[in-house]
Design a protein around this ligand. Structure first.
Ligand code: SF4
Length: 290
């Protein structure tokens, strides 16, 4: 990643307490901004410190490991689940040189703290041994968002992520650990990734990777994301622009579209391939063993 796109900052706290437990109570993001550059990114709003809509910079919280250790050393720390990478991917390009995640994992191991790690990069395999070690001590969930098996589309929609097949290979590897493994098929993009063929290819790979669960979700558009997304569709899929616009009069897609998608495609396919949609089941099983 270009040096002038990386900005080093200090954070006052490593953990961010969430208002609602969903089912985790804390978020940890090493980076602000994300070089994967997904065109539907819900966190685009969080990248713009400048007010000039310069989304290309990535801010690195250089003191996050020391800060996390301090926070988890507190007698008040209750070993709740920490969600890692909810706002920016912890294994995005810059992590290859910064190597902060291995240090974060060592702190989690030291404090036996459970974690959910979501990523669209197979760089996470670099930290396989540390994650395997943590998963022997406490609950760990490894999740990846995969929305298309069409590489041409993936390169346009999520340009700097790993190919879908690589992500499935990565999930399969983590099945060898004690971690639970999940697939997030979200967002399903109307007119673009919502075909029976695409969802079936995803389910087939999910079955082959033996994921514990699959969570589907339809695209939601708001604020800066809406603007960036429609600009992208206009430039790269102009033939679909009007149809998508018609479905998105509000933030969520038209209700009847969603009902049809779930009842005719998503749910029948999930059932056909016998893939659970519950992440709670593996979580309960693993948490109770600790
Ligand atoms: S990986 Fe996540 S945070 Fe990064 S650009 Fe894509 S949607 Fe946004």
């Amino acid at each position: 990643m270009e040096k002038n796109k990386i900005v080093k900052i200090n954070c006052k706290s490593a953990l961010n307490k969430l208002k609602r437990k969903i089912p985790y109570g804390w978020d940890l993001n090493i980076y602000r901004g994300c070089s994967h550059n997904c065109k539907y990114c819900y966190a685009i709003y969080s990248r713009d410190f400048t007010g000039k809509q310069d989304y290309s910079k990535v801010f690195v919280k250089t003191n996050i490991v020391e800060q996390l250790d301090k926070e988890l050393s507190s007698p008040k720390w209750n070993r709740e689940i920490i969600n890692i990478g909810g706002v920016s991917d912890s294994y995005q390009l810059v992590e290859e040189e910064m190597k902060i995640m291995p240090e974060v994992l060592k702190v989690l191991i030291k404090h036996k703290t459970p974690a959910i790690i979501s990523t669209k990069s197979d760089l996470i395999l670099r930290d396989f041994d540390l994650i395997a070690e943590l998963s022997k001590l406490t609950y760990v969930n490894i999740a990846s968002t995969i929305i298309t098996m069409n590489e041409k589309d993936r390169k346009k929609i999520e340009p700097n992520s790993s190919p879908g097949l690589e992500r499935f290979k990565m999930l399969k590897e983590f099945r060898k650990t004690n971690a639970s493994v999940g697939l997030h098929t979200m967002p399903i993009i109307p007119c673009l990734t919502d075909s029976y063929l695409n969802i079936e290819s995803i389910c087939l790979e999910a079955k082959g990777s033996n994921v514990h669960y699959m969570l589907p979700g339809v695209l939601y558009l708001r604020g800066a994301t809406r603007k960036v997304f429609f600009e992208f569709i206009k430039n790269h899929y102009s033939d679909k622009y009007e149809n998508i616009k018609e479905l998105y009069k509000k933030g969520g897609a038209d209700k009847s579209y969603k009902e049809k998608l779930y009842s005719e495609i998503v749910n029948p396919l999930r059932e056909k391939y016998k893939i659970s949609n519950s992440y709670i089941k593996p979580m309960k099983e693993k948490i109770h063993k600790n």
